[in-house]
Design a protein around this ligand. Structure first.
Ligand SMILES: CC(C)(COP(=O)(O)OP(=O)(O)OC[C@H]1O[C@@H](n2cnc3c(N)ncnc32)[C@H](O)[C@@H]1OP(=O)(O)O)[C@@H](O)C(=O)NCCC(=O)NCCS
Length: 180
């Protein structure tokens, strides 16, 4: 990935990651309305609000909204974000080149089957490979989101303590380049 533009990440395991566009807003809104995602994301928004959100993110430097597919079937929503521009920067000793990931598997039939851990590993591998200055990929799942924490752990992320964020207590999960 170039530091100042849309991602061009090449993911392993037949994953395909592409920037989300406003044409994806309806599907993302539907994914986000499902209880297994709403509980953790709390972004059960209208299609119009999602279209606006995607446009705003795409126009800025903070984060990159993406749709992820496996074997050509879209199944989830991913946000890649620059920690230095994120609220997370106030909560740990970040490096300017740290990247963060938010993930949601929208296709309920694919949840809890090991797809998430493969995706998280592939995302971290691809970010570390694409941005040579990046030494760490991080995430901040809610401390009570056991499936997410377990999936991150299985993807090679390590727990680095709890963070008190405005809306939740999170676990800082870190994947180091040196662990690749
Ligand atoms: C988090 C998420 C991406 C993980 O992907 P996934 O494909 O479901 O995860 P995996 O199948 O790879 O791993 C799930 C792990 O949680 C465990 N698990 C599943 N349900 C669980 C539950 N209710 N309580 C505790 N552990 C649970 C599974 O056993 C597995 O762990 P194990 O193999 O160590 O036993 C996906 O579940 C998701 O999109 N959830 C909703 C949104 C979300 O929480 N996003 C993350 C915000 S940081």
């Amino acid at each position: 990935m170039r530091c100042d533009s849309s991602p061009l990440l090449h993911l392993s395991h037949s994953f395909d990651l592409r920037p989300a566009g406003t044409a994806d807003a309806a599907r993302i809104a539907q994914w986000m309305s499902q209880p297994h995602i709403q509980r953790w994301w709390q972004q059960d928004w209208s299609v119009a609000r999602w279209a606006q959100e995607i446009e705003q993110q795409a126009a800025g430097e903070h984060s990159v909204p993406c749709v992820v597919a496996v074997e050509a079937e879209d199944f989830g929503y991913v946000e890649l974000y620059r920690v230095r521009l994120d609220r997370l920067a106030e909560h740990y000793a970040y490096d300017d080149h740290d990247w963060g990931v938010h993930v949601a598997i929208g296709d309920l039939t694919r949840v809890g089957r090991g797809l998430g851990r493969r995706l998280l590993r592939a995302l971290a591998d691809a970010l570390l490979a694409a941005d040579s200055a990046c030494q760490r990929v991080v995430a901040e799942p809610d401390v009570t989101n056991s499936p997410s924490i377990r999936a991150f752990r299985a993807a090679g992320f390590e727990e680095r303590g709890e963070l008190r964020l405005p809306d939740k207590t999170a676990v800082l999960m870190v994947r180091e380049a040196s662990d690749v």
